[in-house]
Design a protein around this ligand. Structure first.
Ligand SMILES: [Zn+2]
Length: 304
């Protein structure tokens, strides 16, 4: 029987203390804390070898204990790649890139290319290596351009966090809100494209690669039609949405257009477990009972 957890960051298991309680926390301060902890730790290679790798191994054990057969994992450090390739799980492990400044783009992509090049000979047909672009507010247009060209050339599966928070939407659509304020305060020169997040992905040519789109909450009908026309798929993470106050994904709109929707747990930094079956109860609450537990459970039974 298939049981799919379509979004994890196994290596972040050591940041479980950042997971908000049931009352939740706003997305932007949570994300800034997460980035700060990751930056500090990644600066010390010994922690990448220990904390990240131990978290990846513990995460795989947790997935297997929950009966998961398929997983789509995002790894910025690369720590989960080999443990996943050596496991009996099926799916994709995506190497994640992020760079907010043009001058970081080449080096960031070169490192990801190196990791992917090294890992690909051990790829299994049932566990592939892919490329993840973290999110539009974390990726400079220079990195989008070169990274998408690379993914296209190498026929890599692609994954993107998109349209997650209102802060992301407001910056992308109208250069307003707390993320826009943060960028100005920090001297981050990313320009707002003044488009909806999904429209921006379409203009970049990213949707042509049929990415796995994580969250896709802040979408209107036209955005869902764009996703449907591209043949892309989306991942719904109800507990993360509740705990980070990012709102309700319009699942009924995706179903209207027959866009494939999967369930995922996100990382332990914003969800209390990697047991994707626990997303169902949160999902029925998030959607105010509009979807039955049975209908949400069916989302778990699709292979990646
Ligand atoms: Zn994520």
């Amino acid at each position: 029987m298939t049981l799919t957890n379509a979004h994890t960051h196994l290596e972040l298991g050591w940041l479980a203390d950042l997971c908000p309680d049931e009352t939740g926390r706003d997305f932007l301060p949570w994300m800034l804390d997460l980035n700060e902890r990751r930056r500090k730790m990644a600066a010390m290679a010994c922690f990448v070898e220990t904390k990240f790798r131990e978290a990846a191994n513990a995460g795989i054990a947790a997935l297997q204990a929950a009966g998961v057969t398929h997983v789509a994992d995002v790894s910025a450090s690369g720590s989960s790649i080999h443990p996943l390739l050596e496991s009996d799980l099926q799916g994709v492990v995506y190497v994640e890139v992020a760079a907010q400044f043009a001058e970081q783009a080449d080096r960031t992509l070169a490192m990801a290319r190196y990791v992917i090049h090294e890992a690909r000979p051990q790829e299994r047909s049932s566990m592939r290596i892919g490329l993840a672009f973290h999110a539009p507010y974390a990726v400079h247009p220079a990195l989008w351009k070169k990274g998408l060209a690379y993914a296209r050339e190498e026929d890599l599966p692609v994954c993107i966090h998109i349209a997650e928070s209102q802060a992301e939407y407001d910056w992308l659509k109208s250069d307003s809100g707390p993320l826009a304020g943060y960028f100005r305060e920090m001297g981050i020169g990313l320009s707002s494209p003044r488009k909806s997040p999904v429209e921006y992905l379409e203009d970049l040519g990213a949707l042509d690669l049929q990415p796995l789109l994580i969250h896709a909450i802040q979408v209107d009908e036209a955005d869902v039609q764009r996703i449907q026309a591209s043949g892309s798929r989306v991942v719904h993470c109800p507990r993360s949405s509740l705990r980070l106050h990012t709102g309700r994904m319009p699942l009924e709109r995706y179903q209207k257009y027959e866009v494939p929707v999967y369930l995922g747990t996100e990382s332990l930094a914003c969800a209390p477990s990697l047991d994707v079956r626990e997303e169902i109860e949160a999902g029925t609450a998030l959607h105010n009972g509009q979807f039955t537990a049975e209908s949400l459970h069916q989302l778990l039974e699709q292979p990646l």
